[in-house]
Design a protein around this ligand. Structure first.
Ligand SMILES: NC(=O)C1=CN([C@@H]2O[C@H](COP(=O)(O)OP(=O)(O)OC[C@H]3O[C@@H](n4cnc5c(N)ncnc54)[C@H](OP(=O)(O)O)[C@@H]3O)[C@@H](O)[C@H]2O)C=CC1
Ligand SMILES: [Fe+3]
Length: 452
């Protein structure tokens, strides 16, 4: 058995070597003359391969292909060593007459599904059933026609491949490298369902963070509208509707940013307590906690977006006509009252501190956002990464809360006085020390109980 394995492996390696040497001499077939086929042909010709394109009506499409590619009838597939099937899966059955021409060849299925499928058979498996004498390789469906045409320097470089035939898969991998892409081996053809679903997902890991951000935004926006617009109207008959597009949005963003940032650190604390409670870390977390823990990066990035928008909105506040009119009115009232100096020391200090702490919080958040990018995260080691994401993250949370508190402490008391329920600032004040305290306790206990 060992002998067979060794000689078999040697044979595969020899074949691979011959393939890579002859890659330029290989004839690559493409069935179909659509967008994908045209881009693929251009790419293959550019890296020196001989290309034969099979079409039902070759004369109609020959002008759309590079001169070096031969556009001919479908049966020309028998000249090719490896064939790309660039035809929609619904039309696979119209290709069955090519069975003898395609026997013993590697067929690359590049198709995408129309909707996410939980159960097979995948398009690639259907193709394999139609052509049992060929070796089907799934791949290139995650590469758009545009990426193929522009070349791998402008687009995703990874090409996910899977097949039951190791030899056929290796050949396609080799060709893939020649074209400048990075092949990723996804195993057997049964993985094709997942590969076909990949381009159809719509931000799967972002759904919960985005829903949370929107829900918090709506909650804080409504709360602030009641507080700043409805309440003055009911009690004093003042029309403050002009505040809705900018001012209310501006005071809503920091609250959303802070709560989202607190939500980044909360699941870690809950997880640590669960481990302590169970006395072991070798049990699975409940699904909701697992889900939450894996989406902390997205929560953090949503928080960063809200904080950045708050900064932009704040910078635009003095540009508004309403702000200019208010300033003029104040100045006029001051002149009328004969007041030459409107300097209030406490207000001045509050504003200076408020801005300074806010800028620092945004700076720290930007650092967290930048280091969450894979290319940057790869350049720091695990200790550096946790220092930035954990320690500096808590600092950002602390500064952000301080920023909100300095600005809103008197409003918070005002709101409580008018029975508006628990003001958002109080909510934040509660979340922050609790999170920090729990995380510190977590570390102590985990070390003491030696379950880390
Ligand atoms: N466009 C893209 O960016 C990407 C496409 N893909 C996949 O590539 C495959 C082809 O896509 P695309 O090139 O955009 O599609 P097009 O509609 O542009 O082309 C499909 C081609 O299939 C050929 N064909 C063969 N038999 C039939 C038939 N019975 N009825 C109709 N057409 C037939 C036609 O060529 P002819 O008339 O010459 O025979 C036609 O040009 C699809 O499976 C798609 O999912 C995957 C990733 C990206
Ligand atoms: Fe602010």
């Amino acid at each position: 058995l060992e002998d067979i394995l060794i000689t078999g492996g040697q044979k595969d390696a020899d074949n691979l070597f011959t393939f890579s040497r002859n890659c330029y001499a290989l004839v690559i077939g493409i069935l179909g003359t659509g967008d994908f086929s045209r881009s693929l042909a251009r790419r293959l010709v550019a890296c020196g391969c001989r290309v034969v394109v099979g079409s039902r009506t070759p004369s109609r499409f020959v002008a759309l292909f590079p001169e070096e590619a031969e556009v001919t009838h479908m049966e020309a597939a028998n000249q090719a060593d490896l064939v790309f099937v660039a035809v929609y899966p619904e039309h696979y059955s119209t290709l069955v007459h090519l069975k003898p021409a395609l026997a013993g060849k590697a067929l690359v299925d590049v198709s995408n599904g129309l909707q996410i499928k939980q159960e097979g058979p995948s398009n690639a498996q259907q193709l394999a059933d139609l052509f049992p004498e060929s070796s089907v390789v799934k791949g290139f469906n995650t590469t758009s026609a545009w990426t193929l045409q522009a070349g791998p320097r402008d687009g995703s470089r990874q090409v996910l491949l899977c097949s039951d035939d190791q030899m056929a898969k290796s050949s396609v991998m080799q060709l893939c490298r020649r074209m400048g892409f990075i092949p990723v081996d996804m195993g057997l053809l049964s993985s094709s369902l997942e590969i076909e679903n990949l381009p159809l997902y719509l931000f799967p890991s972002w759904r919960t963070p985005i829903i949370c951000t929107l829900a918090l935004f709506i909650f804080f926006y409504l709360y602030n509208s009641v507080h700043e617009v409805l309440h003055p109207y009911i009690t004093g008959g003042k029309n403050k509707l002009y505040k809705l597009p900018i001012e209310i949005v501006n005071v809503t963003f920091p609250s959303v940013a802070l709560v989202m940032l607190a939500l980044v650190y909360l699941p870690g604390v809950i997880a640590a307590f669960l481990q302590l409670w169970r006395g072991t870390k070798y049990t699975r977390f409940p699904d909701w906690l697992d889900h939450w823990l894996t989406r902390r990066k997205q929560f953090g990035l949503c928080s960063f977006l809200c904080a950045a928008l708050h900064a932009v909105y704040s910078l635009c506040l003095p540009m508004r006509k309403s702000a200019r009119f208010q300033l003029l009115n104040k100045a006029f009232e001051q002149v009328k009252a004969g007041n030459a100096d409107s300097w209030v020391e406490a207000d001045v200090w509050r504003m200076e501190l408020y801005l300074s702490v806010g800028i620092m919080a945004l700076g720290l958040l930007s650092l967290l956002a930048v280091t969450s990018l894979p290319s940057v995260a790869n350049t720091v080691n695990w200790r550096e990464f946790t220092f930035i994401q954990s320690t500096l993250g808590y600092c950002a949370l602390f500064m952000g809360t301080l920023h909100t508190l300095i600005f809103g402490w008197d409003r918070a008391f005002l709101a409580a006085q008018y029975h508006f329920g628990l003001p958002p600032t109080f909510l934040l004040v509660l979340i922050l020390p609790l999170t920090v305290l729990l995380s510190r306790l977590k570390c102590r206990y985990l070390i003491m109980h030696q379950i880390m």
